[in-house]
Design a protein around this ligand. Structure first.
Ligand code: HEM
Ligand code: HEM
Ligand SMILES: [Fe+2]
Length: 477
């Protein structure tokens, strides 16, 4: 992923820069995940050096930021192909924005690591930490992020207006405006914690269950066009159906986060009904990928042309995405989305199981797939075949995350039975449940599976750094 990009269009070069930072932050996320997991087993580990709260914060903020980087990278990657314009409008500013954003992220991380927390004053919100889970960047960085995103959006929007307007790009441009706009809901501050949470959920939930899902729908459509030569009319028809369904269920499905934060009780019914419908579009996305694949592969075979796949690793990750999205978000989400169930599972390890499987299945997978498309372009390869390292990477990472999710599900099940149902959810019950063998063993397995995931990540980086050269040599021979 390091060199050979000179011949690329400016837009794709910038995409590769975004991917490079994304992969570094992904590594940091995993390392801090391992630290937090260890602190579950040895609560004194790194105590007062990098406390649980700090390590956890870095783990989940790195997650959100690497995904945003990889998402921006993916847009710059597809922009020239979809609009027919090699050099996006305002490219100079776009490049500058990348460096400004990366410098800001570096400063925020240093402050998170070394200053960590401040006094309960306005100045802490401005300069240290805003204190909203997943979006902890201090206010100055928030404003910087908005400026950078506006520049990025301008690049995309004006290039779109100038070039050809495909269905994929139209959805992308409209949806990006919603993604960016929602960030603002997490920026203002109220003294009332219920109100604060109310708005905060707009960002996180309306991102991951509506706008980000539409985003990965557009990525899947674009990837299928490139990787198996799917027909544009078909992938775009699916995309429009998905957009309709995702917004139909996702927006009011938001109600499943309003059950216990002091909002009116009518949210129980609204949240229950609409969030239960959320798995439906995820099934559609699943069918979309498998249907297109089956169709194109069938035609290829009928014509005696062998495999239709032009990029093995991307296809593998996109397929994992279709499965993983349905499993992690659809199934694991549905499990606890009815208020009758959620009253027992709320904030337990079950939530963490769902959080891991959903973020991984719905987003990490397809974004890694996009990185492999970037590699294929960088080396100008007609075909990119999976190597042994590509296979080890996808197998170990997927197996590891699935293993972590199963372990956490078991821990959550024990919490529901012992802490919530049997002992009545009191303070003492919380600790009693956490010391029983089913819980402790599950936490040990989570850490083991975390190490498996990390080994898979090492293979991934190794593969991304080498696969292009290997395949280029093979293609020449
Ligand atoms: C890719 C999409 C999704 C992602 C990335 C995701 C991620 C998450 C995360 C990280 C949390 C924990 C939030 C916190 O820290 O408090 C959460 C909570 C929750 N999610 Fe999802 N989710 C997704 C889709 C869904 C879907 C489709 C459903 C329902 C069908 C769902 C149902 C829930 C519920 C009910 C909670 C609250 C859990 C509790 O009360 O403790 N999620 N989700
Ligand atoms: C090396 C592997 C990993 C380990 C050991 C690990 C460990 C942890 C731990 C211990 C927590 C804190 C849970 C708590 O507050 O009780 C956490 C939170 C979280 N992690 Fe990971 N993690 C890993 C990889 C990942 C990956 C690959 C993703 C997603 C792509 C992810 C997403 C999350 C999310 C969304 C949360 C917040 C969950 C919630 O609030 O419910 N982690 N992780
Ligand atoms: Fe939600």
């Amino acid at each position: 992923m390091l060199n050979k990009t000179a011949h690329l269009s400016p837009s794709k070069q910038l995409a590769m820069n975004y991917f490079r930072v994304a992969i570094v932050l992904f590594g940091a996320q995993l390392l801090f995940g391992l630290v937090v997991g260890l602190q579950y087993l040895f609560p004194g580990f790194l105590y007062e050096i990098v406390d649980f709260s700090v390590a956890r914060m870095i783990h989940i903020n790195a997650l959100v930021v690497w995904m945003l980087y990889a998402m921006i990278g993916s847009v710059y990657l597809m922009l020239p192909d979809e609009t027919g314009i090699e050099k996006p409008v305002g490219m100079g500013l776009g490049k500058l924005a990348f460096w400004v954003l990366t410098a800001a992220v570096a400063v925020v991380v240093v402050v998170f690591l070394f200053i960590q927390v401040g006094p309960g004053k306005e100045s802490s919100i401005w300069f240290i930490n805003e204190g909203r889970e997943y979006l902890e960047a201090p206010r100055w960085a928030d404003i910087g992020i908005v400026v950078v995103v506006l520049i990025f959006y301008a690049n995309v929007f004006f290039t779109y207006m100038k070039g050809q307007k495909t269905g994929i790009m139209t959805v992308m441009v409209a949806n990006l405006l919603a993604v960016a706009g929602l960030y603002l809901a997490g920026m203002f501050f109220t003294d009332n914690i219920s109100m604060d949470q109310y708005w905060w959920w707009w960002v996180i939930h309306l991102w991951v269950e509506a706008t980000w899902e539409v985003f990965v729908g557009t990525l899947a459509a674009y990837a299928l066009l490139r990787v198996i030569g799917a027909k544009r009319e078909i992938v775009e028809m699916w995309l429009w159906i998905e957009v309709l369904m995702l917004f139909g269920s996702g927006i009011l499905g938001l109600g499943h986060h309003y059950f216990w934060i002091g909002t009116p009780e009518y949210w129980w019914e609204i949240g229950a009904l609409f969030s239960s419908l959320e798995p439906v579009p995820l099934v559609a996305m699943f069918v979309h990928v498998l249907y297109d694949w089956g169709k194109e592969q069938g035609e290829h075979e009928a014509e005696g042309k062998g495999s239709s796949i032009k990029n093995g690793p991307t296809m593998a990750w996109v397929t994992t995405n279709a499965f993983g999205n349905f499993l992690g978000a659809g199934i694991w989400g549905f499990f606890h989305t009815l208020p009758q169930v959620n009253i027992y599972t709320h904030g337990s390890q079950f939530t963490a199981a769902h959080g891991h499987l959903a973020f991984f299945g719905a987003y990490a997978t397809i974004l890694i797939g996009m990185m492999y498309l970037g590699i294929q372009d960088s080396y100008g390869l007609k075909k990119l075949k999976a190597t042994f390292k590509s296979k080890m990477a996808i197998f170990l990472i997927t197996f590891g995350v699935l293993g972590m999710a199963v372990a956490l599900t078991i821990a959550g099940y024990e919490q529901v039975l012992v802490e919530r149902a049997e002992l009545g959810a009191g303070w003492q019950a919380f600790f009693t449940a956490q010391n029983l063998p089913w819980y402790v063993q599950a936490q040990v397995w989570r850490e083991i599976m975390g190490v498996v995931t990390f080994v898979g990540f090492v293979y991934l980086v190794w593969d991304l750094l080498t696969i292009g050269k290997v395949e280029a040599a093979a293609e020449e021979a």
